[in-house]
Write a protein that binds this ligand. Structure first.
Ligand code: ADP
Length: 242
């Protein structure tokens, strides 16, 4: 088995006594495109917040055999774990190329960043191609379409060499075409990386998920292929009522 897998055991996050993530066991293998679904408040975002170091948690979280809990956000990022937020966080005044260049330099010394580079680093060119923004390299991020900003953010994770990408509702607010484009992009990315998507859009999930975990009240309710979780009476009950 490839060592690049995410393994959570007994992952628990509490806010002042309220348990938002409650003893979650979860394994995501390299190459998976795992969708995390569940009703509002199920703990999906909190789970990826915990894995990326934004909130503290107990239990275990390992990626590629390395412990993540107790580490700072940048330390976790350096171990190949990257995430996006519901609202894209790109530098609006900078071009696509500059955004990717800065992301590629994250973690390096300021001196490296200041030094004049000869040409565009290969990883940046590759990421621009992968996310379909090569033709817009000199366009300011602020005037990109909503979908393109999300793709730029994904590109920023790629140049940081994230091997596990956790995306929080990446297609929220996108047109049908943008959603399809995003799905195809995620399928390309998971060929040699691992992707976890928190998602409310069930059509998008049905079209592109390789596997699904359903969270409910902080716990794993169901897990499997799209067909398996859809056929699970527990899942139907949570979504449709008894
Ligand atoms: P989901 O992403 O599945 O909609 P969240 O992970 O955002 O759910 O939230 C899970 C629960 O934890 C919710 O009840 C939410 O109100 C609560 N929660 C999330 N973040 C905080 C916080 N910083 N402080 C207190 N409660 C929080």
């Amino acid at each position: 088995m490839n060592k690049d897998y995410l393994e959570l055991s007994g992952l628990t996050v509490s806010f002042d006594g309220f348990v938002a993530v409650d003893g979650v066991d979860l394994t995501v293998l390299q190459g998976d495109l795992r969708f995390l679904i569940g009703p509002n408040g199920a703990g999906k975002t909190t789970l990826i917040d915990a894995v990326s170091g934004l909130v503290s948690a107990t239990g275990r979280a390992e990626f590629a055999g390395e412990d993540l809990l107790g580490r700072k956000v940048h330390q976790i990022a350096r171990r190949g774990v990257g995430r996006t937020f519901q609202t894209a966080t790109v530098f609006e005044e900078l071009s696509v190329l500059q955004n990717l260049d800065i992301a590629a330099g994250a973690g390096r010394s300021p001196w490296t960043l200041l030094r004049k580079r000869s040409g565009v680093p290969e990883a940046v060119t590759e990421a621009m191609e992968t996310v379909g923004l090569a033709d817009l390299r000199d366009t300011k991020a602020g005037i990109l379409a909503h979908g393109q900003k999300q793709w730029l953010e994904i590109g920023m994770l790629l140049v940081q060499d994230a091997r596990l990408l956790m995306l929080d509702e990446p297609v929220a607010g996108m047109s049908a075409e943008e959603k399809d484009e995003t799905g195809r992009l995620l399928r390309r990315i998971c060929v040699d990386r691992t992707v976890v998507v928190v998602e409310h859009d069930m059509d998008f999930m049905r079209s592109f998920a390789k596997s699904v975990t359903v969270l409910h009240a902080g716990k794993v309710l169901s897990e499997g292929t799209v067909a398996e979780v859809q056929a699970d009476p527990k899942v139907q009950e949570v979504y449709l009522g008894p």
